[in-house]
Ligand binder design. Structure first.
Ligand code: AMP
Ligand code: MG
Length: 376
């Protein structure tokens, strides 16, 4: 079915408290939807996911249609118990067990050799590996348990849009394109899971996320960033425009297929300004913004809470405190949506230091900016 040809359907809405009991009628009905091959969005501790029965090719196919997601970008399978992992993957080494014990349930996705035939081949995009995680959200766990099947679930947004952290964001993007939305209030940290693979005696980070390299090193394991992440600085010259699901030109072939796609792009032109001297960064940003405004642009600035008083623009938004990035992911996605709502056409963002959660947040910001980074 083509993008335009997608029929609209009635999207069912359920509301449930994040602390609802396992037998809450909303959860049971949503689970029945999933089991029978329909698409249901649900909250997790990272962002809202768009779930489908991972055993059914027909169901999984609908995810790609509803999101407009490139079909060679595999999906993460969500389970409700670590024991379910053995049905999905071949045997794995002791360090993988260590990661599971330390971080599940939680925002860590493991890429492991897939047990042949365990899920629809559309889930893995034909790879010999499968990505699996156990979310740390009571509604998600109840739902997956009640559905009785592994649940493939990417973020519940149209491809190329910011990840949703509230049911309302899902509704804006996917109303009429999916079967149901389980509204459990705001999702958690707002940053997607960290995707890792155990290979050559190391934990390879394929996508940075809520679990930081430092968190993993604390277990005594060696951690390495995938080649695709080592140059987030990148070259801004090839990034004049950013389209949904467009492949980035050049660069090393990533081990995580999704890393080659641009994501989370706001409609306005966003660039990141980074430098060691915060005063210089602020002065530069204000100067560029004033110039843009004089040319008739509607301007936006995304800055650390501490720096907000220094800025004047049509829309000035906070990405949180420099000293606590725990909500920076959610603030970033909310801000990108807000800039779009306000029709902002020219946006400058302060860059993050790439340690701790800053690595993941900067990675998302970098994608949102289509690689446009100004170093001063
Ligand atoms: P999303 O569901 O959009 O949050 O993205 C899922 C991420 O997991 C993408 O970056 C995928 O490329 C990655 N992923 C899923 N399955 C695999 C796999 N088998 N091997 C490597 N990366 C994977
Ligand atoms: Mg996504």
């Amino acid at each position: 079915m083509t993008e335009q040809g997608m029929e609209t359907m009635q999207t069912k809405y359920w509301k449930a408290s994040p602390n609802a009991e396992a037998f809450d009628p909303a959860i049971l009905e949503a689970a029945e939807y999933l089991r029978s091959g329909r698409l249901v969005a649900f909250p997790t501790e990272t962002v809202y996911g768009l779930g489908a029965n991972a055993l059914s090719t027909e169901a999984v196919e609908k995810i790609f249609q509803a999101k407009g997601r490139p079909s060679d970008n595999p999906l993460i399978v969500h389970i409700a118990d670590p024991g379910q992992l053995d049905d999905l993957v071949l045997e794995y080494d002791a360090p993988v067990k260590q990661l599971i014990e330390a971080f599940w349930p939680g925002p860590l996705t493991l890429v492991l050799p897939v047990r042949p035939g365990a899920v629809s081949p559309r889930v893995t995009a034909g790879l010999s590996t499968i990505a699996v995680r156990m979310p740390d959200h009571p509604l998600a766990l109840h739902l997956i348990r009640a559905a009785g099947c592994p649940v493939a679930a990417p973020s519940a947004n149209r491809s190329g849009k910011p990840s949703p952290t509230a049911a309302e964001h899902v509704r804006n993007d996917l109303d009429g394109r999916i079967d149901g939305i389980l509204d459990g209030g705001h999702s958690g940290v707002g940053l997607e899971s960290t995707v890792v693979e155990w290979a050559d005696g190391k934990v390879w980070i394929l996508r940075p996320g809520g679990i930081t390299p430092e968190d993993i090193r604390r277990l005594g394991l060696a951690v390495e960033l995938d080649a695709s992440l080592q140059s987030t600085g990148g070259d801004s010259s090839d990034a004049a425009s950013s389209f949904d699901g467009v492949k980035e030109a050049g660069g090393p072939t990533p081990r995580s297929p999704g890393m080659k796609y641009r994501h989370y792009a706001p409609k306005g032109m966003l660039s990141i300004v980074q430098g060691d001297n915060p005063q210089k960064v602020s002065a530069y940003i204000q100067e560029r913004i004033d110039e843009a405004k004089a040319k008739g642009e509607k301007t936006g600035i995304l800055a650390f809470e501490e720096h907000l008083p220094y800025y004047r623009a049509d829309v000035v938004l906070s990405c949180g405190s420099q000293d606590d990035l725990s909500s920076a992911g959610k603030l970033l996605y909310d801000a990108l949506r807000e800039f779009d709502r306000e029709g902002v056409s020219y946006i400058l963002a302060e860059g993050f230091r790439e340690d701790g959660l800053g690595l993941a947040v900067m990675n998302r910001l970098h994608k949102a900016a289509g690689g446009r980074l100004i170093h001063i």
